[in-house]
Design a binder for this molecule. Structure first.
Ligand code: M6R
Length: 367
């Protein structure tokens, strides 16, 4: 059942290209860039009535929401609020029929997220669920759905469900932008092709990335703490990397927006503090590099994940994993791969049961 892999988690990491391909299958026309999402039940004029979107989720699915905020605001031009479901459900919400609420949930059964959409619906909001389980409670209670087709995820740590959520959310972004005409036809083709193309890039790179990481972790696996940092689209991926590491290896880890370091956490940095920094050559690259250089000046043990050909990184550290130069909106999907594999390799090196971490359940159906 593990198809030759040592753990479900590793199998599911390797299933990601297929999960993304299945999620996109039949939904984008590579020639025209046109997107269709029939189960969403919303088109054209429906979006004219929406002036705000709430994204509501827990855990890893919340990280997908944080990435989607950047995409939706940039291309569909709709303000997006992102909320942790357990906060959303108990706060004074300003919701009406002009607000769309989108739940993101692998299982479709998470208690807090479900409660959140029930409240939003009562307040008149249109409710959409991004979900991996056909017929789950959230999909039954929503006005529309975008299914991810990642297949069953057995490992408690979410991997392929997350990258499939990102693919579905980018698909949704292109769809809304096309319906609202906030992007040109050419932009639609460009974004659609970038999304379709990411699976084969990941497929090709996965074994190399795992191999390089498995060698690198020898000097990091016994760390007590770990920081993950990134800016822009890489910030939520830093949070996701930190969650993955603490969940399966029991190392204390935190994710930060790189620009926040100097507001407190930089006090933690010394020669024993490993920091994984995501530094793709995107529109905030220069800013990220100056943050990383500040870490270096405080003797932090840096691991850099950056763009192939970026030789400047070699002046900062020897521990670099290079990623192929993909479309900048695809970086969150691409850079998730080394974050997952680093956590997996460290946890297995420490002898942890990565598929069944202590104290955790696959689906949190109670509050
Ligand atoms: O099924 P859901 O996506 O609603 O689950 C949400 C979280 O419980 C889940 O992502 C959790 O954080 C994972 N164990 C993370 O790997």
């Amino acid at each position: 059942e593990k198809a030759g892999y040592k753990h479900f988690m590793l199998k599911e990491i390797y299933e990601q290209p297929q999960a993304i391909t299945n999620t996109l299958s039949g939904r984008i026309n590579a020639e025209t860039g046109e997107v269709s999402i029939p189960e969403l039940n919303l088109q054209g004029a429906d979006f004219d009535k929406i002036d705000r979107i709430f994204l509501v989720a827990c855990g890893t699915s919340w990280h997908a929401a944080l990435v989607a905020k950047y995409w939706i605001e940039k291309y569909a031009n709709i303000p997006v609020d992102v909320d942790i479901a357990s906060e959303f459900r108990y706060r004074h919400l300003l919701i009406n029929e002009r607000v769309m609420t989108i739940a993101i949930s692998q299982s479709g059964e998470t208690a807090d997220t479900l409660a959140g959409i029930r409240i939003a619906k009562k307040m008149g909001s249109k409710v959409v669920t991004i979900c991996n389980v056909v017929g789950s409670t959230m999909t039954r209670e929503s006005d529309g759905t975008v299914y991810t087709h990642a297949g069953p995820e057995i490992g408690v740590a979410s991997t392929k469900a997350f990258t499939a959520q990102l693919a579905a959310l980018f698909l949704f972004t292109i769809y809304v932008a096309q319906q609202k005409k906030t992007i040109s036809k050419e932009k639609g083709v460009e974004l659609g092709r970038a999304l379709i193309g990411i699976s084969s890039v990941i497929e090709k790179e996965l074994p190399r990335i795992q191999d390089q990481i498995s060698r690198l972790i020898e000097s990091f696996y016994d760390a007590r703490d770990f920081l993950f940092v990134g800016r822009g689209l890489s910030f939520p991926i830093a949070l996701e990397g930190a969650l993955k590491l603490k969940e399966i290896s029991y190392i204390h880890a935190e994710g930060y927006a790189s620009g926040e370091l100097k507001h407190g956490p930089i006090a933690l940095i010394d020669k024993d503090m490993p920091i994984l920094a995501l530094v793709p050559q995107d529109d905030v690259y220069q800013k990220s590099i100056s943050n990383v250089e500040e870490i270096k000046a405080r003797l932090g043990r840096l691991i850099l994940i950056g763009t192939e050909g970026d030789t400047h990184l070699q002046n900062i550290t020897d521990d670099i994993i290079y990623m192929p130069n993909v479309h900048e909106d695809m970086n969150p999907i691409m850079y998730t791969i080394p974050a997952q594999l680093l956590s997996y390799e460290i946890a297995t090196r420490r002898g942890c049961d990565v598929d069944q971490p202590r104290n955790l359940a696959k689906s949190v159906t109670v509050e």
